[in-house]
Design a protein around this ligand. Structure first.
Ligand SMILES: Nc1ncnc2c1ncn2[C@@H]1O[C@H](COP(=O)(O)OP(=O)(O)OP(=O)(O)O)[C@@H](O)[C@H]1O
Length: 224
């Protein structure tokens, strides 16, 4: 069967287990997912169901035990350290994690510029992205000089500035109050609409999940 060319991401039969003492705990078992151009998909599931594990597999931070991942129409290699793929991901895939996106020794604006240059993009409109995410006045602060919620928004600004072709976000509004979460979600969906960048959002936030075109629930071994 041929692959759909509009598919940015295609996951088939993905398996991942972790060792826990003498046991192996299966987190993902024969898991399928596809994401097309311009599509927003929410990944939901209770704590421990494997949302972050899946995102880590997709961005090459972990290696699956079985199955296949195709990104931009090409099969991802089975090792995490493939140089060509590391470059592909660096340039085309943006990831937003809760607290690990920003380099601590760079200011907020330097983080944005650095990530854009790493992706080989032209100089980003730093002030514009900061304004859009309500971060005016924080450009010259270091990550440890802003709040957790501001860091999370800065991480989203970094992701936007690299003009990704795929955005993988793990709880992108997780540390924000309801009002700010809603404003940041607006920006995420505006970005998706304006750029056609597909997004996979792992979230506990039902309201955020329902704004996506599709919801993919993850279940784990303990679920009934
Ligand atoms: N490196 C690892 N080694 C062993 N077990 C792990 C590892 N990473 C995750 N796990 C386990 O895998 C399961 C899934 O974890 P994961 O972080 O993917 O869940 P999640 O759905 O993102 O949870 P949450 O909503 O709480 O963030 C958990 O039981 C976790 O303890």
């Amino acid at each position: 069967m041929g692959d759909d060319v509009s598919e940015r991401l295609s996951v088939r039969g993905l398996c991942k287990a972790y060792r826990s003492g003498d046991d192996r705990v299966t987190i993902l078992n024969d898991f399928d997912l596809s994401l097309s151009d311009g599509e927003a998909v929410a990944l939901t599931g209770r704590s421990g169901s494997g949302k972050s594990t899946l995102i880590h597999l997709l961005c090459g931070l972990a290696v699956p035990d079985g199955g296949r991942i195709r990104l931009f129409g090409e099969a991802m290699p089975a090792t995490a350290d493939d140089e060509l793929w590391a470059t592909q991901r660096r340039q085309r895939v943006a990831t937003v994690f809760q607290d690990t996106n920003l380099l601590p020794t760079l200011t907020v604006s330097e983080n944005i510029r650095f990530r854009a240059s790493l992706a080989d993009r032209p100089a980003p409109d730093v002030a514009g992205w900061l304004r859009a995410l309500g971060l005016q006045g924080l450009a010259d602060r270091y990550p440890d000089q802003v709040s957790g919620g501001q860091r999370q928004r800065a991480a989203i600004a970094v992701a936007f500035a690299m003009r990704p072709e795929l955005l993988l976000a793990d709880e992108p509004t997780g540390s924000l109050d309801r009002h700010t979460a809603s404003a940041v979600a607006d920006e995420l969906f505006r970005f998706q609409r304006d750029t056609g960048c597909p997004m996979l959002l792992a979230t506990h936030d039902q309201a955020l999940a329902e704004r996506c075109e599709r919801i993919v629930p993850l279940t784990s071994e303990g679920d009934v």
